[in-house]
Design a protein around this ligand. Structure first.
Ligand SMILES: *[C@@H]1O[C@H](CO)[C@@H](O)[C@H](O)[C@H]1NC(C)=O
Ligand SMILES: *[C@@H]1O[C@H](CO)[C@@H](O)[C@H](O)[C@H]1NC(C)=O
Length: 419
C-alpha cells in the first residue's frame, strides 16, 4: 500500500492519492487490504517519518470515560469542581495531540469506566473521538473497568477493533489464547530506504486481564501462559526476519510493550532509581505469572508501558527493560487534587548513516505532558540507546561497560567515557 500507508507528515493527505486513482485500480488497492489486515483500513502501515526519522507515540492511560458532560470529575481542587466533566478529558486529548502530533496513540485500558456508563459503546466512541477526529492512527488494550458496563470484555474489545482508524486487533488467529486484544504492530523504516520493508520497531499489546479467576487468589488479573507463548513466538519470528532477511541486521529491532496492569516487578524501584513519582502502591496481581522474565528472555523488549495506578508516573529500569507508568489521564478517575492529569510521550529516533540515509532505531526517549496551563513537559529521559544496554566493549586486555549520561532538557545523550 506504499504511499497510502505512509504516515507521518503525509498522513493527513493519505486519502487524496486514493481519490485520484481510477475506480478499478482503487478496487484493487482496497482488495489488497482485505483479509488479515481488513480491520486496519487505510492506516494499515505505520512508518517512521522521512524528515525527522522519528516515530512518536502518545500513551493515554485510564481515561475512565463515562457519559460525557453529565459525568463529574474526581479528585480535583475544590475550585475546579464546578463545570468539570468527562469533556475535560476530551479537551486534554485535543491539547496533547495538537502539541505532540503523534504517529500513533495508544490507549492502555480503563478507557471507559463501565460502571458509570449508560452505554459502553457510546462511551468508548466518545472517549476515543478526538483521535479519530484528528485522523490519528490509534490502538487500544482493555483494563479492568472497561467491561463493567453494557459490554463484556470480549464485546468491548470487538468494539475497539471495529472503530474508525483503529489499529487494534482482537487476538491472533488460529491459536487458543487468554484474554481479548493480544496483538502486535510493526513500524517500518523510512520509505525509499533499505529499511522500508522492515519492521524497525515492534509494538506488542496484551490484555492483562481484570481480576483473578482463581478462587484462592485475590486481586487483579495477570498475563497468562498462553499469551506469553504467543508473545515469545511473535518476538522470535520478528527477530529472525529482521536479522536474517536482507539487509541483515546485527541486533533485534527494539520492542515496546503495552498493557494495563503493572507487573510485580514495578515494585523493584525506589526514588533512587526511577524518574517520576510513586504516590501509591503497585497494584499488580498478587502472584507473578512470569511475563517480565518472558520479556527479558525475548531479548528485544526495551520498555513496557502500563497504567492502572493513576498517581504513579515513573519509569525505572530493571534487567535492561524500562518499566513505565503513564500516570492517569482522565478526570472521572481517581487522582490527586492539584496534581495534573498527564500523558506519556514516547519518541523513537532512527540512526542516520554518513550518507544521510535513515536506518534502524538509535534511541528511545520519553517525557510526560501535563494538563496544566502551559501543557508542561516534564521528566524527559532517554529510555534506551543503541549499544547502551549493558553492552560490553573489549579493548586490549581490559573490559569496560559503556556508560551513558543523560543531559539536557530533552535528554540528549552523551557518552561519558568510551575508553
Ligand atoms: C474543565 O473545562 C472547563 C471548560 O472548558 C474549564 O473551565 C475548567 O477549567 C476545566 N477544569 C479543569 C480541572 O481543567
Ligand atoms: C533501587 O534502589 C534500591 C535502594 O535504594 C535498591 O534496593 C533496589 O534494588 C534498586 N532497584 C533497582 C532495580 O536497581
Amino acid at each position: 500500500m506504499g504511499g497510502v500507508g505512509g504516515l507521518g507528515r503525509g498522513r493527513r493527505g493519505a486519502y487524496l492519492p486514493l481519490l485520484l486513482l481510477p475506480p478499478l485500480l482503487l478496487l484493487a488497492v482496497a482488495g489488497a487490504a482485505v483479509g488479515k489486515e481488513k480491520e486496519k483500513g487505510a492506516f494499515g502501515k505505520l512508518r517512521f517519518r522521512r524528515e525527522s526519522g522519528t516515530f512518536k507515540v502518545v500513551q493515554v492511560a485510564d481515561m475512565h470515560y463515562a457519559d460525557g458532560r453529565s459525568t463529574a470529575c474526581e479528585d480535583v481542587l475544590r475550585s475546579q469542581v464546578a463545570g468539570c466533566t468527562d469533556l475535560n478529558t476530551t479537551a486534554f486529548l485535543y491539547r496533547v495531540f495538537r502539541a505532540e502530533d503523534p504517529d500513533l496513540v495508544v490507549f492502555t485500558g480503563d478507557n471507559i469506566y463501565g460502571a458509570d456508563s449508560n452505554d459502553a459503546a457510546k462511551s468508548m466512541d466518545a472517549a476515543i473521538a478526538p483521535a479519530i477526529d484528528m485522523k490519528l492512527p490509534w490502538a487500544a488494550v482493555i483494563g479492568n473497568h472497561d467491561q463493567e458496563g453494557t459490554l463484556s470484555r470480549e464485546g468491548v474489545m470487538r468494539h475497539l477493533v471495529g472503530m474508525k482508524n483503529s489499529l487494534s486487533s482482537f487476538n491472533p488467529e488460529g491459536i487458543e489464547i487468554d484474554g481479548y486484544g493480544n496483538y502486535n504492530l510493526e513500524v517500518s523504516g523510512v520509505e525509499g530506504t533499505p529499511m522500508d520493508e522492515k519492521s524497525v520497531l515492534n509494538l506488542y499489546f496484551l490484555d492483562s486481564g481484570d481480576y483473578s479467576t482463581v478462587l484462592s487468589i485475590n486481586g487483579y488479573g495477570w498475563i497468562k501462559a498462553s499469551q506469553q507463548v504467543w508473545f515469545q513466538q511473535t518476538s522470535s519470528s520478528l527477530q529472525a526476519k529482521y536479522m536474517n532477511e536482507n539487509p541483515k541486521q546485527k541486533e533485534p529491532a527494539p520492542g515496546l510493550v503495552f498493557f494495563h496492569i503493572p507487573l510485580p516487578e514495578f515494585s523493584s524501584f525506589t526514588a533512587a532509581n526511577f524518574t517520576g513519582v510513586k504516590q501509591e502502591g503497585i497494584s499488580s496481581a498478587s502472584i507473578n505469572s512470569g511475563f517480565f522474565a518472558s520479556m527479558v528472555e525475548a531479548g528485544d523488549v526495551r520498555a513496557a508501558f502500563v497504567g492502572h495506578d493513576h498517581i504513579n508516573d515513573f519509569c525505572g529500569k530493571l534487567s535492561g527493560i524500562q518499566l513505565c507508568y503513564a500516570g492517569g489521564f482522565g478526570y472521572h478517575a481517581y487522582g490527586k487534587a492539584g496534581w495534573s492529569r498527564r500523558a506519556r510521550v514516547v519518541s523513537v529516533q532512527l540512526e542516520k548513516t554518513d550518507n544521510g540515509e535513515w536506518r534502524g532505531v538509535k534511541s528511545i526517549k520519553t517525557w510526560k505532558r501535563l494538563d496544566d496551563k502551559h501543557l508542561s513537559t516534564i521528566d524527559s529521559e532517554v529510555l534506551w540507546n543503541r549499544g547502551s544496554n549493558g553492552m560490553v566493549l573489549r579493548k586490549g586486555s581490559h573490559t569496560a561497560t559503556v556508560e551513558y549520561e543523560t543531559m539536557g532538557a530533552f535528554g540528549e545523550c552523551w557518552m561519558a567515557n568510551l575508553l
